[in-house]
Write a protein that binds this ligand. Structure first.
Ligand SMILES: [Zn+2]
Length: 271
């Protein structure tokens, strides 16, 4: 049942449409044990009057998917909870998480582009595509996507893992960083690795990618081989970094993220 990006909903409403509802940045889900699900239209009737912004997202076959922001004072719903998006990575079905990410990304963009950045006039939704336009100066505004690289650096039977300042719970992961204007992905990989860990890499190869809707990143994964240098960490970004073998790994990210997929790839290769 592939998700299709469409700009017009099917005219038929069955009450079974999926609603990705956010209150204060948290998504409304029904959780049973370790599984989470997205409410359907019939489940959330009582919240419809609290919707501030709603957007049509696309469809799973004939099931339309909508994103909505409700006001921060809107009430709780029996049997459901408002949950941070990140832990849902391992609780929601993979396809549903992708749509939840799309919903969060689009709502964040819509919320922060109500006014034109060029002339300050109020913007309006553009018909027929996912954009907003400025009726005053005709500026067209599309949702921005920020590309970031993430890279597994391998030296023989070891991988470079680092503990970042960014995370509350301490764990070690592969290096990552945002692409700067004018850079190729490969140049970003070389620069980030040099800046954060003080080493040089070679043989940079594309691995895969993952939308990372916190709030609008696209993670582009690579593998690279260690070439030269000793680890010198950038202390403003990183607490500690080191070379780890597959049988002696520190605390690593949970399954579901591309960082974990890169580390799992390293583990499978070193067997
Ligand atoms: Zn304008």
């Amino acid at each position: 049942m592939p998700f299709k990006v469409l700009f017009k909903p099917s005219p038929e409403h069955t009450g079974k449409d999926l609603w990705f509802i956010f209150r204060d940045g948290k998504l409304l889900v029904r959780t049973t044990g370790t599984v989470a699900d997205i409410p359907i239209s019939d489940d959330i009737e009582m919240l419809k009057s609290r919707i501030v912004i709603s957007k049509y997202l696309g469809s799973f076959d004939d099931i339309s998917c909508y994103a909505a922001d409700i006001d921060d004072q809107a009430p709780d719903v029996d049997g459901m909870t408002f949950t941070e998006l990140r832990p849902l990575l391992s609780l929601l079905d993979e396809d549903l998480f992708a749509v939840a990410g799309r919903a969060s990304h689009i709502l964040h963009w819509d919320r922060t582009h109500q006014f034109c950045g060029r002339c300050g006039n109020r913007t309006e939704p553009e018909t027929g595509e996912l954009a907003r336009n400025c009726p005053q100066c005709r500026l067209l505004i599309y949702p921005g996507i920020s590309p970031a690289i993430i890279v597994a650096i391998i030296r023989g039977k070891e991988i470079l893992l680092a503990q970042s300042h960014r995370y509350k719970t301490p764990f070690y992961s592969v290096l990552a960083g945002f692409v700067e204007p004018g850079e190729t992905f490969e140049e970003t990989v070389s620069r980030e690795v040099r800046e954060e860990a003080g080493i040089e890499v070679r043989n940079i190869k594309y691995f895969g990618s993952q939308p990372w809707p916190f709030p609008n990143t696209l993670m582009v994964g690579f593998t690279a081989e260690y070439e030269s240098g000793e680890i010198v960490i950038d202390e403003s970004e990183i607490v500690d970094a080191g070379w780890f073998s597959a049988d002696n790994l520190p605390n690593i990210p949970r399954p579901g993220s591309i960082s974990r997929r890169l580390i799992d790839y390293f583990i499978s290769k070193s067997k």
